[in-house]
Design a protein around this ligand. Structure first.
Ligand code: UDX
Length: 462
């Protein structure tokens, strides 16, 4: 059985390593951050991800090892997944220097046939560059293939996304490498894993077993960028429609249900709000834009996607000002700091950007997030007061702001909220409630793409 090395222990790397161990492989997860390796060995779980603690407990020191030595991992494994970071540069391009240095080190330690598989989101041509760097680095006759196997996992559901994927994309330019990847994923594609008694529970609406799509490496690289850009476009599209809804008095939730029920369009990723964030969409749309530019194609549509996304936050800021008139000295209760629910990740979070702006305008912010408090404290320090829970956050506030779609924020005791607030104002950037429900509880409610409840008088003042 193939022994697998996964280079990088971030979201993608750690989840992939744990899931490959779950599929029965012997896995070594490598990171050059030795403190992180030590923490992982001690049993710490550095990210908030459903089922990950269970998988790590199940496989740590059995089928899953953590190591700081890429050289040793290369020598002992024939299958090497690269899942290191590809952060954005100032011009939007992905910074591939980590990928390059991993490729160089693999080449320096190669001792037989290796399949090097890029799992990080990378621009088209990266597989060519990895191949080139490897060939330039070593004078030993290298026997290797480079494959692109993009990962489509979402934070919060990463483990189930890995084990129950919609599809598995393998971009391999040789038959040998394609067959090897077919073999590696066979526990999923043959359904063997789904028959096991202690499998991770199956999510709703999955078509099993997943389909494997084998393409060229370049096509696979493009599939990843194009998929993320398309999803981001869907979100910006519905946000733009939400803005029209506000102008004409329509309801975006009804419009989105109507539009999304067309099976050619599909209802997912049509939730209007304060825009997309996270470590992928903002970075990948900008990187795809840069890739297009580089190959001489002006992909202006992506500029518009980014512009609408940014405007969405500004529009929400305007709504806060309209509802509260002046912000200086106002006490605002913020629910949610993560870029979406079920994660502790605050990278590119619209909530964080909004809080920064509220602070810049002199507001006093009290905040609560079920998982992202630790990371948010690192950003805000004592500029924000962090509380233990929703109702404590709301106590004495001039308005309540819902900025992340955490499940627990969608079932608040509205009577209690009403009692806690100084002004009965709720501004919801995630449309978690209906205006009618809020009205019934005597709350002035402003959301996205829908009429504000009982706030008409205030809206006129702006
Ligand atoms: C995304 C892709 O979904 C995944 O396939 C890829 O591998 C990595 O990037 P992720 O960033 O974890 O995953 O989050 P996702 O659930 O896709 O949400 C991204 C952002 O879009 C969040 O800020 C979310 O709140 C926002 N969003 C999502 C909306 O505003 N509306 C929607 O309808 C869906």
């Amino acid at each position: 059985m193939n022994k697998i090395a996964v280079v990088g222990s971030g979201y993608v790397g750690l989840v992939a390593a744990a899931c490959f161990a779950e599929l029965g492989y012997s896995v070594v997860c490598v990171d050059n951050d030795l403190e992180r390796v030590a923490a992982l060995r001690r049993g710490e779980v550095p990210i908030h991800e459903q089922f990950l603690p269970e998988l790590l407990d199940r496989h740590r020191n059995v089928r899953l090892q953590f190591s700081g030595s890429l050289a040793e991992a290369v020598k002992s494994c024939s299958v090497i997944f690269i899942a290191v970071g590809t952060p954005p540069k100032d011009n939007g391009e992905a910074d591939l220097s980590y990928v390059e240095s991993v490729a160089r080190e693999i080449a320096q330690n190669i001792n037989g046939y290796k399949v090097i598989i890029e799992k990080s989101t990378v621009p088209v041509y990266t597989s060519d560059w990895i191949r080139r760097v490897m060939l330039l680095t070593t004078d030993v006759q290298c026997d290797f293939d480079v494959v692109s196997n993009p990962e489509f996992l979402r934070e919060g559901t990463a483990v189930t996304d890995f084990l129950y994927p919609d599809r598995i994309v393998v971009g391999a330019d040789t038959r040998r490498a394609a067959d090897l990847l077919r073999d590696i994923y066979s526990p999923l594609t043959t359904g063997k894993y789904y028959a096991s008694v202690d499998k991770i529970p199956e999510p709703d609406d999955v078509n099993l077993p997943p389909r494997m799509i084998v393409t060229t490496a370049k096509s696979a690289e493009l599939i990843k960028h194009a998929s993320n850009a398309f999803l981001a476009m869907k979100i910006s599209f519905i946000n733009a429609v939400a803005n029209i809804c506000e102008e004409v008095g329509a309801d975006i939730e009804q419009v989105s249900t109507g539009v999304g029920s067309d099976s050619r369009i599909g209802g997912r990723f049509l939730r209007a709000g304060i825009g997309y964030g996270g470590s992928c969409f903002p970075k990948d749309v900008a990187a795809f834009r840069a890739v297009a530019q580089e190959c001489g194609y002006d992909f202006g549509l992506l500029d518009e996607v980014m512009k609408i996304n940014e405007n969405q936050r500004n529009r929400f800021m305007k709504k806060i000002r309209t509802a509260l008139w002046t912000l200086k000295g106002k006490k605002l209760a913020v629910l949610g700091l993560a870029f979406k629910g079920r994660t502790d990740d605050i990278r590119e979070s619209p909530a964080i950007a909004l809080v920064e702006q509220l602070l810049a305008e002199g507001a006093i912010v009290t905040a609560y997030d079920p998982a992202a408090m630790k990371r948010s404290k690192e950003v805000f320090g004592d500029r924000v007061t962090f509380t233990e829970g929703v109702y404590q956050t709301a106590a004495g506030a001039d308005a309540l702001l819902i900025l992340t779609d955490w499940d627990e924020f969608s079932s608040l005791d509205l009577k209690h909220i009403r009692q806690q607030l100084r002004y009965p104002i709720v501004l919801d950037g995630r449309n978690l409630y209906s205006p009618e429900e809020m009205e019934e509880h005597g709350l002035l409610y402003v959301s996205v793409g829908r009429r504000p409840s009982a706030l008409k008088q205030l809206a006129k003042v702006s």
